[in-house]
Design a protein around this ligand. Structure first.
Ligand code: NAD
Length: 512
């Protein structure tokens, strides 16, 4: 992500920020920090625009998503260059994580939202089925505030916005102040797709703008970012009694069993730890490898890591650290680990050959849970590997964390892998793959413990942008109401007898 420098306020009194690329430190632009009045005006516009949009059939809204998909395909190079300038990530990562992932989301929700949000007709249980009919209607919430982080600036701005929009809401998107141009591009794509004015507005700014958005009368906040900011958003939403989803940080564990295919597991560890230069919420942040295969596994990992190419131009595998503060955290965690007895097998320092914010891909061993590197989110290209006696110890250590976002298990025995996955205290777990659940549209995604509240994506996520309204219809046109009053002791006695027959006998329970 870009390096941010505060500038003087502009003539309208808004603060301004200047941004520079983390890869080559060159300036890439300036933004206004939009204030509470800007946010209030945007919410007002959004609320007006949402009325007609919310009344459209989902199939009509889906057409806008298909148009946005066409624009996405046309403007791939703009997206790539914007993301790369702001983050310094390799082109292949920008293409896969940002462009492909957004294309897949646009296509998936355009094709499936109507089915997922279709009114459900429910048959009631027991005798009520003869008296009432129930339908559940998925109604848009109104205006949704989307607040996004810097590490995947295009997809994490677009994905929640697509879901909220197709569900019938208006969206106010507040991208990270360090990657605002990817967020602004999201706005341009929807504008080119001829989305009606006011339905997707992008507000630039930092925490001031984000905090104002949470308090501007929106109907939900979809937040992705750090635990510390997530807590503030949660407090703000709780005070106003509005819902929020919080997609927060993680410290994902990888468990390597003794029956593993070592080549696959080593390759998976490297992809999991170094993709997006380790700045990936579901990145592999710690490995527990069973003693019997620990040496062979570690050797293979180190070989692969030492072959990774780090750079800023042309073809390379590992990019820059997106901002200076992250580099400091990485250095602090590695220094703490070394002080407490860890060993560096490769890397372990800033890259001396590159000018921007580059930290060498690093592998550590002799680590333990007394070290920050095993307990706190590092969010960098560092892979600590811990040897454990057996799988039980691995599960225990994996769960010994305040985080619970993702995780992975590596074994040739899928059944065992699933059993271990079911015992991990994680929002999602992959068997024989790095954590990639966020990219699977059907999978609900969200963290446990401090990694978040609620889930995004898939049916659960899409329905989360709606109120599920039960509409209960009396089959006899309301006739029952006439016999409700007056209350009589005789009727109470009748009800008691009825309950005894209904739930006091096997036949009654079966019928009810
Ligand atoms: P951050 O919390 O610093 O910022 C996130 C967003 O919140 C930014 O847009 C920021 O301007 C805004 N913000 C700041 N203060 C605010 C306030 N008081 N009220 C409302 N909004 C405010 O996070 P970051 O550093 O941009 O992102 C990195 C973090 O995000 C990491 O911890 C990473 O694990 C996490 N993350 C989680 C997921 C997930 O899906 N679980 C995905 C990506 C990143």
């Amino acid at each position: 992500m870009a390096i941010v420098t505060p500038l003087d306020t502009n003539s309208s009194g808004r603060r301004r920020l200047a941004l520079a690329s983390p890869a080559n430190l060159e300036p890439i632009g300036e933004i206004d920090v939009q204030n509470a009045a800007d946010v209030a005006a945007a919410v007002d516009r959004a609320r007006k625009a949402q009325v007609d949009w919310g009344a459209l059939p989902i199939s009509e809204r889906a057409r806008f998503m298909v148009r946005a998909l066409e624009i996405l395909l046309e403007r791939q190079e703009d997206i790539l260059s914007t993301v790369i300038a702001e983050t310094g990530k390799p082109r292949t990562e920008a293409l896969q994580m940002e462009v492909f992932a957004v294309g897949d989301a646009l296509n998936y929700y355009a094709k499936n939202a109507e089915r997922i949000l279709k009114t459900e007709k429910k048959t009631l249980h027991g005798l009520s089925r003869w008296m009432k009919r129930l339908r559940i209607v998925y109604r848009p919430l109104g205006v949704v505030g989307v607040i996004s982080p810097w590490n995947a600036p295009f997809v994490l701005a677009m994905n929640p916005s697509i879901q909220a929009l197709i569900a019938g809401n208006a969206v106010i998107l507040k991208p990270s102040e360090v990657t605002p141009f990817s967020g602004l591009l999201a706005g341009e794509i929807f504008a080119e797709a001829r989305l009606p004015d006011g339905l997707l507005q992008v507000l630039t700014g930092d925490g001031e703008t984000g905090a104002a958005l949470c308090r501007a009368g929106v109907d939900k906040v979809a937040f992705t970012g750090s635990v510390a900011t997530g807590r503030k958003v949660a407090v703000s939403c709780a005070e106003q009694l509005i819902p929020c989803t919080l997609e927060l940080g993680g410290k994902d564990a990888m468990i390597v069993c003794d029956d593993v295919n070592l080549d696959y597991a080593a390759a998976g560890a490297v992809a999991g730890a170094f993709m997006n230069t380790g700045q990936y919420c579901c990145g592999t942040e710690r490995v527990y490898v069973v003693d019997a295969v620990a040496d062979a596994f570690t050797e293979k990992v180190v070989k692969r890591v030492s072959e990774l190419r780090q750079g800023a131009d042309g073809e390379f595998d590992v990019g820059a650290i997106f901002w200076p503060r992250q580099l400091e955290i990485i250095e602090e965690h590695v220094a703490d680990a070394l002080d407490r007895g860890a060993t560096v097998l490769t890397g372990g320092r800033r890259n001396p050959d590159l000018q921007g914010l580059f930290y060498e891909p690093t592998v550590l061993t002799d680590v333990d849970h007394g070290m920050q590197i095993m307990r706190e989110e590092t969010f960098g290209p560092v892979l600590p590997i811990m040897r454990v006696a057996n799988e039980e110890e691995a599960i225990e250590l994996a769960n010994d964390s305040t985080y619970g976002l993702g995780g992975s298990v590596w074994t040739r025995d899928n059944r065992k892998g699933i059993k271990i996955a079911e015992r991990m205290e994680s929002g999602s777990v992959c068997v024989n793959d790095m954590t990639m659940t966020y990219g699977i549209q059907e999978a609900p995604f969200g963290g446990r413990k401090e990694s978040g509240i609620g889930q995004v994506n898939g049916e659960t996520g899409l329905k989360g942008y709606c109120h599920a309204e039960p509409i209960l219809v009396d089959r006899r046109g309301g006739k029952m109401s006439v016999s409700r009053y007056p209350y009589r002791a005789k009727s109470d006695a009748g009800l008691k007898k009825f309950m005894k027959i209904l739930w006091g006998t096997g036949l009654g329970r079966w019928l009810s």
